[in-house]
Design a protein around this ligand. Structure first.
Ligand SMILES: NC(=O)c1ccc[n+]([C@@H]2O[C@H](COP(=O)([O-])OP(=O)(O)OC[C@H]3O[C@@H](n4cnc5c(N)ncnc54)[C@H](O)[C@@H]3O)[C@@H](O)[C@H]2O)c1
Length: 386
């Protein structure tokens, strides 16, 4: 595989200039205030909202938008100049907020995960299919530069058949962070417990499964998962709303094409925050960088491992000129904004549409059920177009 072949594969969907404008509301001023909607020439941020004053200010400053509301409900009541909503509220609210939007005729770009239960998965698919509106899940793994590189390499045949992948997301949340005066995602700005406390790790599987579904398009057919209890803190941890004591979960998955995936979600472990994959194919393999240890590595079959260096896709014409810069989570933030707006302008489904979003989310829900049954092999229901 030559470098220019990777780049030309990426250039297939170059940004097309247009006069259209998408009027966007943004909900959630935590992670939701780190995007680049205002840099897209076809997007205008018309309203923003958060429940907390300091976060409303972040949204106002980031998106240069003075139409600020104290709740999403209030925003929806007062504005009728919105085409689409960027939903960056907490994970348990995603389906509720997506439905509130779609039932009012608004397209949605929603933070991960897509849903928290099979019932919600069904509701999400139903509202999307009933309304015909566009839905995109803002999965950063899909647009990490190494993941774009892997997807293009796969599509160009560079891997051959990917037989086995290893995917993982490590994020070591520490209860004592706040006591130690370090910022903690375990607490809301008012000091109350956030939805992250106790959440089963496999209910947040999309960063890892984005490296499978987002590269080969395969669906997960079966899963067996084991969990590790945080013994020292088990009693305290079990008092969380999810009644969950499993804080590290490890799964083996089989795809609908018979390939295998080892999938780790760990939240109480000595590891730096890391979303990573290794793809092993019949012709070649790609190992994503381990930050601080090594860069991306490519290996041809029977060859020796060598540095691979994924292109900086954000420099290419995939993006409008103003957005051709590095951005959060492996360069993904500008791509997520551009793809959603480009899809609305072009009247097409975005990447990471509702079916891919559910294929990245639902296997984790089943994996956690398997972990509660000590690794029972379970079937993963499909949520592709009915
Ligand atoms: N790499 C990634 O893709 C990535 C990284 C971080 C977070 N996330 C996702 O992004 C989302 C936001 O993450 P976060 O860390 O900012 O979470 P958070 O809980 O800190 O922030 C969510 C915000 O939504 C606001 N909100 C909730 N309901 C609202 C309502 N009815 N009206 C107005 N505002 C409302 C809250 O006030 C809060 O500030 C989460 O779903 C998370 O899963 C994804």
């Amino acid at each position: 595989m030559k470098r220019r072949e990777f780049l030309s594969a990426a250039a297939a969907s170059a940004y097309q200039a247009s006069d259209k404008k998408i009027r966007l509301a943004v909900v959630g001023g935590g992670f939701g205030a780190t995007f680049h909607w205002h840099e897209h020439p076809n997007c205008v941020v018309t309203a923003v909202t958060d429940l907390y004053a300091e976060r409303r200010k972040r949204l106002r400053d980031q998106y240069k938008c003075d139409n600020v509301y104290e709740s999403f409900e209030d925003l929806l009541k007062k504005r009728n100049d919105i085409d689409a909503v960027a939903v960056f509220s907490g994970a348990p609210d995603h389906v509720k907020h997506t439905k509130m939007c779609m039932e009012r005729g608004l397209h949605v770009c929603c933070a991960v995960p897509a849903c928290f239960s099979l019932e919600e998965a069904e509701q999400l698919r139903a509202v999307k299919e009933k309304t015909g509106l566009r839905y995109m899940m803002a999965e950063s793994s899909y647009y990490r530069q190494a993941a774009i590189f892997a997807r293009n390499t796969y599509q160009a045949g560079g891997f051959g058949e990917i037989l086995y992948s290893e995917v993982e997301y490590y994020h070591d949340f520490d209860f004592e962070e706040r006591l130690n005066k370090r910022p903690s995602l375990y607490y809301h700005p008012d000091g109350s417990n956030s939805w992250r406390q106790g959440m089963p790790p496999m209910h947040y599987p999309t960063h890892s499964l984005g490296f499978v579904v987002g590269v080969t398009g395969e669906r997960i057919a079966t899963v067996s998962c084991l969990g590790i209890e945080e013994r020292a803190k088990a009693a305290r941890l079990k008092s969380n709303p999810y009644k969950n004591a499993l804080f590290n979960e490890v799964a083996l998955l089989r795809t609908s094409k018979g390939h295998m995936v080892r999938h780790n979600e760990c939240r109480q472990i000595a590891a730096s925050e890391m979303e990573r994959a290794q793809w092993y194919g019949t012709k070649g393999s790609l190992l994503m960088a381990k930050p601080g240890i090594h860069g991306d590595i490519w290996q041809d079959r029977y060859g020796k491992p060598r540095p691979a260096e994924a292109p900086k896709y954000w420099q290419s014409d995939l993006l409008p000129p103003a957005m051709r810069h590095d951005s959060g989570h492996g360069g993904s933030a500008v791509f997520i904004c551009a793809e959603f707006i480009n899809a609305l302008i072009g009247s097409r489904e975005p990447a990471v549409h509702v079916y891919d979003a559910l294929a990245m989310t639902v296997p984790g829900i089943i994996a956690h059920q398997s972990a509660l049954k000590n690794g029972e092999l379970m079937k993963v229901p499909g949520f592709d177009r009915g």
